[in-house]
Ligand binder design. Structure first.
Ligand code: CP
Length: 311
């Protein structure tokens, strides 16, 4: 693997499989009463969050701690960022504190890429603007493989607000590398201009795509990033692109439903579908810790075994 994880496109098929297989090994640790490994003892992981997060921030912290790394949590709120300190100066301050890895979430697409030019440690993109969220794609792939037994050949529909979604782009890149067939389903207003160059199909018709799908990944409608009207009303969006009980009935019996969270229950997904046994939403959160352990381990510990004689 490269030194940084900025884009899912940084991962070859072999890199991605290495992360998933390492996560599978590490999942055994998460099932024990004592969940800690000494693998990253003496290493420092900084969580640098300029945007709100629940799942990603907590799971990176849990992942680093389970590998015995020292963890510094930095939130832009309440820091010297409010006094105008730049990302570069903040990064150099953290570097001076000995960060071996910086996990960054930022509202600006490209911020992790810039950060990687300023720090010596590894940079992990925990979500940058509308660009990418590679560890979300890895945990989604891990969750799919666990439920479906494979990724190669799976038909995956990614549905909703693709335009504002960093999860969609990272998933398309990763799933394509792993041999899945991805179809993006969205209203034309919620698709990026350059979507034709993405390695996937595009459809505007959810009802036509559902019966052919093995996995349906619903995306959050990112109302906070919308300055214009992208659809007539929430009710109309839900009617055309929401996954409710009736649409769920069009899926084949083994198909699963995913959502990266946080959800707008009642808008892109009904509560009944979100809480059904064929929804992987809670598993995705649990798998996030394991997959992020694998990423930190592979970036920081070189060739030492993930689970070795220390056990
Ligand atoms: N899926 C995801 O990135 O969730 P958070 O915004 O809560 O981290």
């Amino acid at each position: 693997m490269k030194r940084h994880l900025i884009s899912a496109g940084d991962l070859t098929r072999d890199d991605a499989l290495l992360v998933l297989d390492t996560a599978e090994e590490l999942a055994r640790v998460s099932e024990r009463s004592i969940k800690k490994l000494p693998t990253l003892r003496g290493r420092t992981v900084v969580n640098l969050f300029y945007e709100d997060s629940t799942r990603t921030r907590i799971s990176f912290e849990a992942a680093a701690k389970r590998l015995s790394a020292d963890v510094i949590n930095f939130s832009a709120k309440g820091s010297s960022v409010s006094k105008g300190e730049s990302l570069k100066d903040t990064a150099l301050t953290l570097e001076a504190m000995g960060a071996d890895a910086v996990v960054i979430r930022h509202a600006a697409s490209g911020a992790p890429h810039r950060l990687a030019t300023w720090v010596r440690g590894s940079v992990v993109n925990a979500g940058d603007g509308t660009h990418e969220h590679p560890t979300q794609a890895l945990l989604d792939a891990f969750s799919m493989r666990r439920r479906m037994g494979r990724i190669e050949g799976l038909k995956v529909a990614i549905v909703g607000d693709v335009l504002h979604s960093r999860v969609a782009r990272s998933n398309v890149l990763l799933l394509h590398a792993l041999g899945a067939e991805v179809t993006l389903v969205a209203p034309p207003t919620l698709l990026p201009v350059a979507v034709d160059s993405w390695p996937c199909q595009v459809s505007y018709d959810l009802d036509a795509v559902l019966p052919k799908s093995d996995v349906v990944m619903m995306l959050r409608v990112q109302l906070e990033r919308m300055n214009d009207a992208y659809f007539p009303s929430a009710r109309e969006y839900s009617r055309r692109y929401g996954l409710d009980r009736e649409r769920f009935g069009r899926l084949h019996d083994d198909a699963i439903v995913m959502h990266p969270g946080p959800m707008n229950r009642g808008m892109e997904i009904s509560a009944e579908v979100a809480d059904s046994p064929r929804s992987t939403i809670v598993e995705q959160v649990a798998n996030g810790v394991t997959v992020r352990m694998a990423v930190l381990y592979l970036l920081l510990s070189g060739s030492e075994p993930a689970i070795g004689g220390d056990l």
